[in-house]
Design a protein around this ligand. Structure first.
Ligand code: AMO
Length: 463
């Protein structure tokens, strides 16, 4: 079969009056008495195909026959259709799609791969399914035009992050996801059998990106974070995708500027590249802040954890001033405040208690009870976290020990500090959380192509 005569659906707009051959998937079939309409989709777009009695039809492995109106053609069939591109009558123009002024009058339809009857209707503008069904049939539901758009935007977030990271002078690195020590502490690690040994799936690329600072000074990586958190929430996955940066020769203030620049530039790029999706989904444009100083990084409000908790007490009448972290409701309320007062969908929270943070976090030299750490909240949830790191070898060994861990398990990591490590720090954005809140999805699972959680690894585990 030759596909060299293929015309992409969007290019049909330039071929009015000409014969074309398109390849794609049947999105919907609408029977209207003597005439049949097919909406056909390819990677460039969707077009209406009109089938009347004379068209030739060939099923998979069949010889050609005269169409009795499209025969058994049904949604998701993979087809190639030849026919003439015509202008639609003015009263039938569809202004919502780029090919809305044209249609193809089918002369020949060939089914290249026949789809079974679908378990639900995929033809509607929205795919109205309960989350478990949406995930049970993931390889099918991802094909729905609106579902697919979530991941087109996600791809632009990745691209935007790569672009800004490179502009900031970072080298892209790929790091291992099997290790013998846990990065973020806690018991929430997946164990793996590594030949005759026990190993872990990495909870983050943390240790490797730090080891690469004395190599490249600035690095970034996109990596999986494996978290065996035994809880089911709308914002946690067992495997998340982290967008990480790490910088040498930076201080805390510079890190704050860098993280805000990386976050806002990533999402600005994604928004600019996704205008059609924002329109189709009716998405709220992202508010990048307005109130503090010049430059993007100066526009996002910054509060220490304790200041944030005081604000929660004053404005929202909840006393969490002794807590070591923000509650989910605190995060929502702080973002409401930032939006109202600073026209920002973001707020940066700094200085979390040292003991509540991983061992590599630098305590604040002015008050070691608190650390040089930060979270970025976006539309009510933490989407990024990071810190200035301890870069002194002996202080780092002590910090590992103080958390009940054995420095022997960190031998290679510690080497990097033993042989000279500049002052350094970095941060990590959660890809699915950012995507979730661009779309204001109710559950993070909708923002992961193939989400993993306690109950599901593609299929439901308790089936
Ligand atoms: P942290 O554990 O805060 O920090 O993770 C950084 C960001 O990754 C995302 N994330 C998750 N998303 C969904 N489900 C999860 N289970 C999950 N866990 C994390 C969040 C979070 O803000 N090494 C440090 C970062 C650093 O210091 O550079 C770390 O992993 O968006």
């Amino acid at each position: 079969m030759k596909m060299k005569n293929r015309t992409l659906i969007l290019d049909c707009t330039k071929k009015i009056g000409e014969n074309v051959t398109i390849y794609g998937y049947i999105q919907t079939r609408r029977d209207h008495g003597k005439i049949l309409f097919l909406d056909v989709l390819d990677r460039s777009g969707l077009i209406q195909v009109v089938v009347s009695k004379g068209a030739h039809l060939r099923g998979v492995g069949q010889t050609e026959s005269k169409s009795h109106l499209g025969g058994e053609i049904s949604p998701q069939d993979v087809v190639t259709i030849s026919g003439k591109v015509n202008k639609r009558p003015p009263n039938l123009v569809n202004k919502n799609i780029p090919t809305g002024e044209i249609e193809i009058a089918a002369e020949k339809i060939e089914v290249l791969s026949k789809a079974e009857e679908l378990p639900f209707d995929m033809g509607g503008k929205d795919l109205d399914l309960q989350l478990p069904t949406l995930l049970d049939y993931r390889s099918l539901t991802l094909r729905h035009p609106k579902v697919k758009q979530i991941f087109k935007v996600q791809a632009t977030i990745l691209e935007g992050f790569r672009k800004i990271s490179k502009e900031l002078g970072c080298v892209e690195v790929v790091v291992p996801e099997i290790a013998v020590s846990s990065t973020e502490g806690g018991a929430e690690v997946f164990k793996v059998d590594y030949f005759d040994h026990k190993a872990f799936l990495t909870q983050s690329p943390q240790l490797y990106k730090q080891m690469l600072v004395p190599v490249f000074e600035r690095v970034f990586t996109i990596a999986h974070a494996y978290r065996a958190e035994p809880s089911v929430t709308t914002r946690h996955l067992a495997v998340a995708t982290q967008l990480d940066c790490e910088f040498g020769f930076v201080d805390f203030e510079e890190l704050l500027d860098l993280l805000e620049k990386a976050g806002t530039e990533t999402l600005k790029f994604a928004e600019a590249e996704s205008k059609d999706v924002f329109k189709e989904w009716n998405l709220e444009t992202i508010a990048f802040g307005s109130s503090r100083g010049a430059g993007e990084a100066g526009k996002i409000p910054r509060l220490t954890l304790r200041e944030a908790q005081e604000l929660i007490l004053k404005e929202f009448k909840r006393d969490n001033t002794k807590e070591k972290d923000l509650t989910p409701q605190d995060e929502i309320d702080l973002c409401t405040w930032a939006k109202n007062v600073h026209k920002s969908d973001f707020v940066t929270i700094t200085h979390f208690p040292t003991q509540a943070k991983p061992f590599y976090t630098m305590p604040d030299p002015k008050n070691s009870e608190y650390s040089l750490s930060y979270d970025l909240l976006f539309r009510g949830v933490e989407v990024m976290s990071g810190s200035q790191r301890i870069n002194d070898y002996f202080q780092l060994v002590d910090s590992i020990k103080s958390r009940g861990m054995d420095p022997k398990n960190f031998e290679m990591y510690l080497q990097a500090f033993k042989y000279g490590m500049p002052p350094e720090g970095g941060f990590s954005f959660g890809l699915e959380r950012m995507t979730m809140h661009v779309f204001k999805l109710a559950n993070i699972r909708e923002a992961a192509l193939f989400p993993r959680d306690m109950e599901r690894v593609d299929i439901r585990l308790n089936k």
